[in-house]
Design a protein around this ligand. Structure first.
Ligand code: G3P
Length: 217
C-alpha cells in the first residue's frame, strides 16, 4: 500500500518524507485554506519535496473552466496530479486530461457507481471518503470493498486512494481490503507506528542495557 499524506503543510510533509515513508501528497481547497498560502506557491514547494504524485484540485465546476485551471496547475511541476470532483463535467475533464497524459484524481466519491464512472473516465486515482461516510452512520470501509471488487471484476487500472481517513484502524482495514493508496493526515500516519508494548519493551531493554555497563562502538 502506498502512503500519501493529506495536507498542504510543508513542514509536516518534509518530516514524513525524511522518514522515507512518503509516496505522494493530496491537497484540497480546505487544506490550502488551512495552510494560509498561495495555491501555486505552496503546491510548487510540495512538488519539490516529494517525488511522487501531488494532487492539486481544480475549483471550477464547468468543463472548459476546469480544463483552464488544470492547465495552470499542470505547469507547476511534472509530478502534479489533477484532482477533479465527481461530477459529469469533472469526469469529462478527467477523460480529456488522461488522454493528454496527465495523472488524475477523481475526488468526493461516496458510491461504488461513482467509482465505476471514474474508472470508465480513465482516472489514475479514485478517492472514496471513508470518514465522511462513517460520519453519516454508514460504513465507509464497505465502499472500499465494493470498489475493489468492481475494479478487479473488470481489471480497471484506476487505483483506489482511500481518503478521509481518521484513524489508524481505517488504514489497517483499507490495507486488508486491498486499497492501493491511503491518504492520511500526518498525525494519523505517525500514530500508525505506535504500540504501548513497543514502548514498554523498549523501556525494559534500555534499562537492562544500562545495567550491563556496556557500550556499542
Ligand atoms: O483529501 C480529502 C479527504 O481526505 C478529506 O478528509 O477528514 O476532511 O473528511 P476529511
Amino acid at each position: 500500500m502506498k502512503f500519501f499524506v493529506d495536507t498542504a503543510d510543508v513542514k509536516e510533509i518534509r518530516e514524513i518524507n525524511d522518514y522515507g515513508l512518503l509516496d505522494g501528497v493530496t491537497t484540497n481547497p480546505s487544506l490550502i485554506l488551512k495552510s494560509g498560502r498561495d495555491i501555486k506557491e505552496v503546491t510548487k514547494e510540495i512538488c519539490s519535496i516529494v517525488a511522487g504524485p501531488v494532487s492539486a484540485e481544480v475549483t471550477a465546476t464547468e468543463y472548459s473552466e476546469m480544463m483552464k485551471e488544470a492547465a495552470v496547475l499542470a505547469k507547476i511541476a511534472d509530478n502534479i496530479c489533477i484532482k477533479l470532483p465527481l461530477t459529469l463535467d469533472g469526469l469529462k475533464a478527467c477523460r480529456s486530461l488522461t488522454s493528454e497524459g496527465h495523472k488524475t484524481n477523481v475526488t468526493l466519491c461516496f458510491s461504488a457507481g461513482q467509482a465505476l464512472m471514474a474508472a470508465k473516465a480513465g482516472a489514475t486515482f479514485i478517492s472514496p471518503f471513508i470518514g465522511r461516510i462513517d460520519d453519516t452512520g454508514a460504513d465507509g470501509m464497505e465502499l472500499i470493498s465494493e470498489i475493489r471488487t468492481i475494479y478487479d471484476n473488470y481489471d480497471f487500472k484506476t487505483e483506489i486512494l482511500a481518503a478521509s481517513i481518521r484513524t489508524v484502524n481505517h488504514i489497517k482495514q483499507a490495507a486488508l481490503i486491498g486499497a492501493d493508496v491511503a491518504t492520511v493526515p500526518p498525525a494519523t500516519l505517525k500514530a500508525l507506528v505506535k504500540h504501548p508494548l513497543t514502548d514498554k519493551g523498549l523501556e525494559q531493554f534500555l534499562a537492562d542495557w544500562a545495567k550491563t555497563g556496556q557500550k556499542i562502538g
